[in-house]
Design a protein around this ligand. Structure first.
Ligand code: GRG
Length: 291
């Protein structure tokens, strides 16, 4: 199976599960249910849940049905972060996943609450799953660390308060590793935890995911410069007032750095098992993407 079919196949299965775990559009209060469903089901590559499932299987995990709630929880949290990231007080973006962003469609008040509800719903979905309590504790520790003050929110704070006119590569690495890469790292690590691999492999998963996420965010910045809105499904040239790789290094050099991070990522992920060229395929797909 080629990598595009592999990704499309999992995306379809994850989409079905997301639909199942979300409140139905008729669930009271209907506006909230509709707003939660709108952004999650608008689309998206589902890359974080796919990474969780892929690493789980490569690490020997056999029961994908059992881990679907965790995979979907990652997508609920990711969708929540996109809704809040698009708000007028943060990035003020009008389009997301090919549709109007949540606050443009429903208003800012509903968008904030829909994001909050998706965040809570992620943890409810994990709590309801049949994963053994010890493993549940471990994945929750990894996940909550990754999305907290020392993770995504820490990175996002520096993203909004940083002066983009000051060239600061170290700070940029902090922003990217925290607002984006740590989530990739957590998804890979959680796949390993769920498959019960030893701590040496967990370390490789964590580092491999982190460097993959760094490369991913650089390409996201490049898309903001070189992409077209119809294909990307979101606002383009919206990073003009941000510190980004292209703003510091230019587009060409940024792509080279992304390739280098990809190679480091693969060096770690090759330690999982002989079939980790599947992960290499995913990484190369992410490097080539324009959305
Ligand atoms: C605690 C999770 C959390 C969030 C609160 C608003 C906020 C703080 C953080 C924003 C983080 C953010 C949106 C980082 C950018 C990451 C990024 C490159 C998103 C695009 O992801 P894709 O390309 O999007 O996977 P699709 O639509 O394909 O899912």
């Amino acid at each position: 199976m080629n990598i595009e079919s592999y990704l499309a196949n999992w995306k379809n299965r994850i989409d079905e599960k997301l639909d199942e775990y979300l409140p139905s559009p008729e669930t009271y209060p209907e506006t909230l249910s509709r707003a939660m469903r709108y952004t999650v089901l608008a689309g998206g590559k589902r890359i974080r849940p796919i990474l969780l499932i892929t690493t789980y299987q490569l690490c020997g995990g056999k029961n994908v049905d059992e881990i679907f709630p965790v995979a979907c929880a990652l997508e609920f949290i990711h969708s929540y972060s996109l809704i809040h990231d698009d708000l007028p007080s943060i990035d003020n973006d009008d389009y997301r996943r090919g549709l109007l962003s949540s606050h443009k469609k429903f208003g800012e008040d509903i968008a904030i609450l829909a994001g909050d509800a998706l965040f809570s719903h992620a943890f409810y979905t994990i709590a309801e799953s049949y994963i053994a309590p010890k493993k549940k504790d471990e994945i929750l520790k990894t996940l909550t660390f990754a999305i907290g003050n020392k993770g995504i929110i820490g990175g996002q704070i520096k993203d909004v308060e940083t002066d983009p006119t000051k060239r600061n590569p170290k700070l940029l690495r902090y922003i990217h590793s925290h607002k984006t890469a740590i989530f990739f790292s957590a998804a890979c690590e959680m796949g390993g935890i769920l498959a019960e691999v030893d701590s040496n492999i967990i370390t490789h998963l964590r580092k491999g995911g982190l460097f993959m996420g760094m490369a991913f965010q650089i390409i996201d910045d490049v898309i903001d410069v070189e992409g077209v809105m119809e294909e990307a499904g979101k606002d383009i040239n919206s990073d003009e007032n941000k510190l980004t790789y292209p703003s510091i290094y230019g587009v060409g050099h940024s792509k080279e750095i992304a390739k280098r991070y990809t190679q480091i990522s693969m060096k770690h992920l090759k330690n999982i098992n002989n079939e980790s060229d599947l992960l290499e395929g995913i990484i190369l797909f992410l490097l080539r993407r324009m959305k």
